[in-house]
Design a protein around this ligand. Sequence first.
Ligand code: DMJ
Length: 640
Amino acid sequence: PALLPLSGRRLPPLNLGASAFPHHRATLRLSEKFILLLILSAFITLCFGAFFFLPDSSKHKRFDLGLEDVLIPHVDTSKGGKNLGGFLIHGQGHDEHRHREEEERLRNKIRADHEKALEEAKEKLKKSRDEIQAEIQTEKNKVVQELKKKDSKPLPPVPLPNLIGINSGEPADPDIREKRNKIKEMMKHAWDNYRQYGWGHNELKPIARKGHSTNIFGNSQMGATIVDALDTLYIMGLHDEFREGQEWIDKNLDFSVNSEVSVFEVNIRFIGGLLAAYYLSGQEVFKIKAVQLAGKLLPAFNTPTGIPWAMVNLKSGVGRNWGWASAGSSILAEFGTLHMEFVHLSYLTGDPVYYNKVMHIRKLLQKMDRPNGLYPNYLNPRTGRWGQHHTSVGGLGDSFYEYLLKAWLMSDKMDTEARKMYDDAIEAIEKHLIRKSNGGLTFIGEWKNGHLERKMGHLTCFAGGMFALGADGSRDDKAGHYLQLGAEIAHTCHESYDRTTLKLGPEAFKFDGGVEAVAVRQNEKYYILRPEVIETYWYMWRFTHDPKYRQWGWEATQAIDKYCRVSGGFSGVKDVYSSSPTYDDVQQSFFLAETLKYLYLLFSNDDLLPLDNWVFNTEAHPLPVLHLANTTLSGNPAYR
Ligand code: DMJ
């Protein structure tokens, strides 16, 4: 393809051999392969140049081939030509001279391009490999900057919801104030150490004093702790720290990374965290970053059913599921915990794409048969069939139920479809999974392989708060019943803490064979700074103002400060039944996002983030209630 036929003739062959650059060959130390590559690229440039002239020359080819008519744009109709769709048809022999000139002009142009390409190649060869690499990098940076500029376009303004109670909450009681200040000090200790030793990494190793990350964030360094902590810093009035975080996000948070991340975790921690920071502070950068990131998650929904993959590569958009999940399935608590954030994204951007994705998931789930009315934790995104029939209100299932309730609350109670799904699910859970132990402790077990496993996870303890939150508006006006159920779960989970040496709860505990609310297996005895029990104390406090919840919250605060605090931050512990615990050396980002936030709220007045106006996502990021009565996110009647 190097020599293009032009009017039946060929250009003289090009001499691109070594003799073309004898001087450079002698002086340059670049490898021969590299030189050949450069020559080849010059040659390709030439070919491309010539190629782009083909359409023009083809006109003349037709002429040379002796066609009767030739298409020439813009010829005066007064010469008797026929107008044909913007072109004029003229007879043979018209202005042969002009065509020869045109031919000559093209030939000269190609020659000039050829010369230029050779000159460029020679210039390049004079440069060192490092210089060339630096040039390539500069060009790359330019492209990235351009893309960034394009991505950072302001979004259309939307009316902000009623944002009340975003600071203060200062209690009058000096004892409560002191406790609240202690929790703020713990937040500062966690943040300052992350700032010093783990800045920009996802999490901190407080003993090794360096950055840490888990596979949920792939191999990325996306500052998960910064994003997760922002709103806690804000409500605690740690404004300098908040600004530091904002600056880092503005300058460094980039989602074009070749990294395979968990769609669920990135949604609840990053999108939830950024949206909450936006609503609290009004800083556009958070909204823009949230929308950019959401765009990177969308390819995960490209499955035969629209049920998203568990993981997606942020750069390539390729998705897949966890290797350990039953029959290649996606996980209920993962694809079912996107609704709140995605509704807000559609609200803020005016783009229904996010809303449509999550509504599609909901519609699909609604249509499916459920064994005993229970939702199994596994659903295959290719076939649309359930995987293993394992149902849990803890890990793998938990926040799916939470988001049904919260979708209803967040829609100002307009999304009655979500409320109905929640009520149906909770009824089935109560019937099949909730039991009382011999010692009178109410627990939520797990349905596995056709029978009830009498085991409850720390994660399941969030359900006490969920039952209390959903009490108002429950079917058959069973508000009292659900508040009571919430209180019973809170009590059981408190027992799981109280029956340990460290007064911190284990990861999972049994109600079997004479054991009550105690972990049996060694690998279930750890505490990794999780929030769920404290979360339930806070909801129960808000709905009952029973002082025992503050007392239990304070017990947990003291235990965390005593056993998890190290000079480099806070760490999880491996065995809550051991009097000399060993550390796991991880300061989880949810410790700053959730555990410390719920504790702080527990010792604040109720006017800080009132529950009539704010709904907390599953990572404790508060999102405002949307009064969507007159807004259509996608023509869905639930929102009309
Ligand atoms: C958090 O990331 C969220 O609360 C999630 O819903 C469950 N697990 C952790 C905390 O334990």
